[in-house]
Ligand binder design. Structure first.
Ligand code: HEC
Length: 213
């Protein structure tokens, strides 16, 4: 019987330690994080676009977490400085992602701010990136004989323009693209402000000067 007690108390201690380090400690570390001054809250349209992003499963192929240079060459890839906790202040739920079948999108708004490009790329990625493995999302668009008042017509490269038709973006495509072009976290971060309780090394890893090294 004594052995069972030992086993049980050992298991309880392990569980308590794991809960403390994986749940309680991170919660305390992040409890006083503030949004960076230049980070704007999402507009209603961007929030709708965010819902589309979630519903379409974009997060399964795209991350939103550029890493520090000590971990990965994300900055050299043009994905921006390492993100800090405050960058996600308005993100509920966060969309960090785990897979990178496609590029990180945390700064896609800075990298590719063109509404036309983003709409066309969603309609047919291969019109812009030959050999792209990203799925097309043609059901977010309507093919019409001619555009009506208020229609947003997608300007496709002539090679992919459907013959005799215009491609009109549905509201969900417009919302999604507003969300995408709003993803711009390229403002500088003051070292330390967003990581109040992390050790000095972690602060340095996300300091802005890293970007110019
Ligand atoms: C099956 C994986 C997959 C899914 C799902 C996917 N993508 Fe992609 N995406 C890619 C790949 C691969 C690329 C790189 C090739 C390209 O640009 O087409 C890419 C590129 C992109 C780019 C251009 C990035 C850059 O740096 O130029 C954007 C923007 C984008 N995807 C948005 C989306 C959105 C929005 C969704 C959801 C509606 C989505 N993707 C769903 C795989 C995916």
């Amino acid at each position: 019987m004594e052995n069972e007690y030992k086993l049980l108390s050992g298991a309880m201690v392990t569980l308590a330690l794991a809960t403390a380090t994986l749940v309680v400690l991170p919660y305390l570390q992040l409890s006083d994080v503030q949004p960076p001054a230049e980070l704007k809250p999402y507009t209603d349209q961007q929030l709708r676009g965010r819902e589309v992003y979630i519903a379409m499963g974009c997060v399964y192929c795209h991350s939103q977490q550029p890493r520090s240079q000590s971990q990965a060459p994300d900055f050299q890839r043009g994905w921006g400085r390492a993100s800090v906790a405050g960058d996600y202040y308005y993100d509920q739920p966060h969309l960090l992602g785990t897979m990178r079948t496609g590029p990180d999108l945390f700064n896609i708004g800075a990298r590719q701010p063109s509404v036309d490009w983003n709409l066309g790329h969603l309609y047919e990625p291969r019109a812009y990136v030959p050999g792209s493995t990203m799925p097309a999302f043609p059901f977010m668009f309507t093919l019409k004989d001619e555009a009506e008042d208020g229609d947003v017509v997608v300007k496709l490269p002539s090679s992919h323009q459907p013959w005799g038709k215009v491609v009109v973006a549905k509201p969900e495509a417009l919302d999604l693209v507003q969300y995408l072009i709003g993803l711009d976290h390229t403002y500088p971060i003051e070292a330390g402000i967003d990581l109040p309780t992390l050790p000095e090394t972690a602060r340095q890893a996300s300091a802005p000067q890293e970007a110019t090294e």
